[in-house]
Design a binder for this molecule. Structure first.
Ligand code: NAD
Ligand code: TYD
Length: 340
């Protein structure tokens, strides 16, 4: 039986991971550490709160004393760091908190790992550390050897963290791995990101704000496939290695928006083209050959099925997202989208 600390477990991917991990490893104990920022939501964890193998701890990963105390209590075998400020648009508005959580927080978690017996550490990173690819070169993909070349304060902070993780491996021999995944979608996705925002606005017959001409391309992966990849890397990955995780599922933003409109039986008149994001990355596309060859991972959910499941989840769980969009989120939305 292992004790696994999962940071950021009240967020989108961390929350899905907690559910998946407790199901896949019923013998293990999961301790979730989350500061509950605007993006953290305890109702995401409601289904596991009564599980005797689960503990929730409201804690900031930058709080060195608090984190060290928790390690002393829990004596974890594995740490998986999902906690991050994760939204590119917010990082353009206010980069500071991204540097604190994403870089300093990562260093605190790794210092605790070093201090309590060289605990196995996994960093959940992103394909955005590689920058972007041209739209007219469909033959080009991000491999693990692609140079780090970031565009936004978000991706820069994630790249800074990745470099620090690699430095802790080289300098201190901390047993680390890093996964760099493409865009995820699925249940419990905070409605400031493209897919849940478009679903929520569509259901409320509100305008669908498409940045620029909607031609930017993302490589979408169903969140459960990402969770399975992380589980494999943590248990079977080679120490010190980076693994790219992606779905070979590139789509233009505008095509995603039109698909959601069609699934929900709404009108394309809802589409509103708005001012483009500053420094907007053109295209992300992952080459997942390494994780496939070494660990046998392949995405299992096709986009056509995953998007249907996701839309169904948002239809059946209106309370989850309506509570979010009726609160502080409304101020954010007005600030970001009015006069855009
Ligand atoms: P999210 O914003 O939905 O959730 C982040 C969680 O971290 C929230 O619960 C928040 O409360 C918590 N958190 C933030 N700051 C914290 C702090 N200082 N201490 C403790 N908890 C804190 O993010 P997500 O989309 O679930 O992303 C999770 C991870 O996966 C991130 O590291 C992100 O960079 C990475 N990632 C995301 C995607 C994607 O498509 N969403 C793709 C690749 C990688
Ligand atoms: P997002 O979900 O924020 O993820 P990321 O920027 O990390 O890829 O955005 C996905 C794409 O959708 C990105 O190209 C920006 C675009 N987008 C819009 O066109 N409108 C929106 O309201 C949002 C939030 C994103």
């Amino acid at each position: 039986m292992s004790t696994v600390i999962v940071t950021g477990g009240a967020g989108f991917i961390g929350g899905n991971f907690v559910h998946y991990y407790l199901w896949a490893h019923p013998e293990d104990r999961v301790v979730c550490v989350d500061k509950l920022t605007y993006a953290g939501n305890l109702s995401t964890l409601a289904p596991v709160m009564d599980n005797p193998n689960f503990r929730f701890c409201k804690l900031d990963i930058c709080d060195r004393d608090g984190i060290f105390k928790l390690f002393e209590e829990e004596k974890p075998d594995i740490v998986i760091n999902f906690a991050a400020e994760s939204h590119v648009d917010r990082s353009i508005e206010n980069p500071q908190i991204f540097l604190e959580t994403n870089i300093i927080g990562t260093s605190v978690m790794m210092d605790a790992c070093r201090n309590f017996g060289n605990v196995r550490y996994h960093q959940v990173s992103t394909d955005e550390v590689y920058g972007d690819l041209p739209l007219d070169r469909p033959d080009m993909f991000f491999t693990e050897e692609t140079p780090i070349h970031t565009s936004s304060p978000y991706s820069s902070s994630k790249a800074g963290a990745d470099l620090l993780v690699q430095a802790y491996y080289r300098t201190y021999g901390l047993p680390i791995t890093i996964s760099r995944c493409s865009n995820n979608y699925g249940p419990y996705h905070f409605p400031e990101k493209l897919i849940p925002l478009m679903i929520a606005n569509c259901l409320n017959d509100k305008p669908l704000p498409v940045y620029g001409e909607g031609l930017n391309v993302r490589d979408w992966l169903y969140v459960e496939d990402h969770c399975k990849a992380i589980d494999l890397i943590v248990h079977k990955g080679r120490i010190g290695e980076v693994y790219n995780v992606g779905g070979h599922n590139e789509m233009k933003n505008i095509d995603i928006v039109k698909l959601i409109i069609k699934e929900l039986g709404k009108s394309e008149d809802l589409i509103t083209y708005v001012t483009d994001r500053k420094g907007h990355d053109l295209r992300y596309a992952i080459d997942p050959t390494k994780i496939h060859n070494e660990l046998g991972w392949l995405p299992e959910t096709k986009f056509a099925d995953g998007i249907k499941k996701t839309i169904k989840w948002y239809l059946e769980n209106r309370i989850w997202w309506e509570e979010i969009i009726s609160g502080e989120y409304q101020n954010y939305y007005d600030k970001m989208y009015s006069n855009r």
